[in-house]
Design a protein. Sequence first.
Length: 183
Amino acid sequence: MKKLSLEELNRVSAEVFKTSPKIPVVVVLDSIRSALNVGSVFRTADAFAVEKIILCGITAQPPHPEILKTAIGATESVDWLFEKEILAAAGQLKNEGYKILAVEQTDESVFLQNLKMQPAEKLALIFGNEVGGVSDPVLPLLDGAIEIPQYGAKHSINVAVCVGIVLWEILKTNILNLENFQR
């Protein structure tokens, strides 16, 4: 066994990545307090080739030093935009044909592994504040809510970790066609 080199991994430049196929998923960060979490989400979004990230509310924006520390260059490869109001971001995504899902524990949420999707369906996944979760005013605009089953005392997972779990589950359950994303 040996580790693969960068050449063996077939990594592309940020410029090439920007023009490469993306999965039809938009990650929406709703007032994330920690810029380190935001940077981690950028790295995960790059790894899973998501379409873009929308930063809302108090969420820090690049080139914040703590974002850059954990993103390690992903702010250059992943498309992103800032929209102050979560309602405006969700409304625009809905108008563009995205199914809007909050990753939140609600009285109507379904466990992530039970999520039923159509192949290549356009998804906007809203991840909320580390303490308060997804903003209450956006709840009426949602098409649904999904949650990660949890069995510990805290019943919460770090938002950056949560993004990774959700994106991986969406990919691994073959909701999306992965043929264009083989290395």
